[in-house]
Design a protein around this ligand. Structure first.
Ligand SMILES: *Cc1c(COP(=O)(O)O)cnc(C)c1O
Length: 330
């Protein structure tokens, strides 16, 4: 039974394992969004996590759970950036070798960070699937241990620690909006939140350009999607045709999935900056964006998970100035 692989107990154990290795991030009330929507709207500021995204939670839990023998071999992963950066950081803390494989679509600012953390990088092909083939080669030929970005029980449990924190911080949360790509975050958060607060609803939010989990759930099985450039680049990539955990968990635990256009995501990034004074990347802004796009029905306290901030600052400036040229003088 799939659900037993990542239980609330597993998530609680992850919480103890990663304490001291990751930040406990604040949850704040958005005055602006609360007034606009007539319910308390809370922002979980996880984009302020060390390495700039929640991915450090899963990576730290997975690395800390390895056997001594596996630690000696080192770890390898395919990543659109944030998982790679988090794994590089977590491996460095443990004094382990880390190799990160990624496609050419990954933005330069993310590459620089991973390089700075001392991990080895392999840049291959134009899709996550190409990067994944390189991972499999390194596992077979060099004995490295693969820690995938989402479809792994220790990764999901690590991301799930966010759900425990959210319910501690907002015990009466009625609705949680979670950015959704491969589904490690949504599966972990949903398992934790529904374990503590079974009536709470969890909605996943993806970009319309290449929403792999949505396409797969609609098809009833994991399907490939074309990877396209998007402002929410951290949500790109497939869910893996041999998906073991996150497909079933998202199917069983998510109440709905919302898809957003690029303009709607840009509005979310602008709102985060101008109204909340927060710099977030596209993937981190989709909860705010879904609300502002009028795509969610709210009837009680809402928590929006701001998942990351690793956006190229030149791009961020362009988005902020995009529709306000008169006010943007520099
Ligand atoms: C990876 C990532 C996501 C999506 O997480 P999944 O577990 O793949 O669904 C969302 N936001 C940011 C910033 C990410 O790095």
């Amino acid at each position: 039974m799939i659900m037993n692989e990542v239980t609330p107990e597993h998530i609680r154990a992850a919480c103890e394992r990663i304490a001291g290795k990751v930040e406990r991030t604040p949850t704040v009330l958005s005055q602006n969004l609360s007034e606009r929507f007539g319910v308390p709207v809370h922002l979980k500021l996880e984009h302020r996590q060390t390495t700039g995204s929640f991915k450090l939670r899963g990576a730290s839990n997975a690395v800390a759970s390895l056997s001594a023998a596996d630690k000696a071999h080192g770890v390898v992963a395919a990543s659109t950036g944030n998982h790679g950066r988090a794994l590089a950081h977590a491996a460095k803390l443990e004094g382990m070798r880390a190799v990160i494989c990624m496609s050419r679509l990954v933005p330069d600012n993310k590459l620089d960070e991973i390089r700075r953390l001392g991990a080895e990088m392999r840049i291959v092909g134009n899709s996550q699937d190409d990067a994944q083939r390189e991972v499999e080669r390194l596992v077979a030929e060099e004995g490295l241990v693969m820690l995938p970005p989402f479809d792994h029980p220790d990764i999901i449990a690590g991301q799930g620690t966010l759900g425990l924190e959210m319910i501690e911080q907002v015990p009466d949360a009625a609705l949680v909006l979670v950015p959704l790509s491969g589904g490690g975050l949504a599966a972990g958060v949903a398992a934790a939140v529904k374990g503590l607060s079974p009536m709470a609803k969890i909605i996943g939010v993806s970009m319309a350009r290449g929403a792999a989990m949505k396409a797969s759930l609609d098809a009833g099985r994991p399907v490939p999607v074309e990877e396209l450039p998007t402002l929410a680049d951290s949500l790109g990539g497939g869910i893996g045709l041999d998906n073991r955990l996150t497909f079933a968990m998202c199917r069983d635990l998510l109440d709905d999935i919302i898809l957003l256009g690029e303009d709607e995501i840009a509005v979310g990034i602008r709102h985060a900056y101008a109204r909340e004074r927060e710099i977030v990347e596209g993937a981190g802004a989709v909860g705010i964006a879904a609300l502002l796009a009028g795509k969610v029905k709210v009837s009680g306290p809402v928590v929006l998970l701001l998942s990351g901030r690793n956006i190229d600052m030149a791009l961020h400036r362009k988005i902020i100035c995009g529709e306000a040229n008169a006010e943007c003088t520099t």
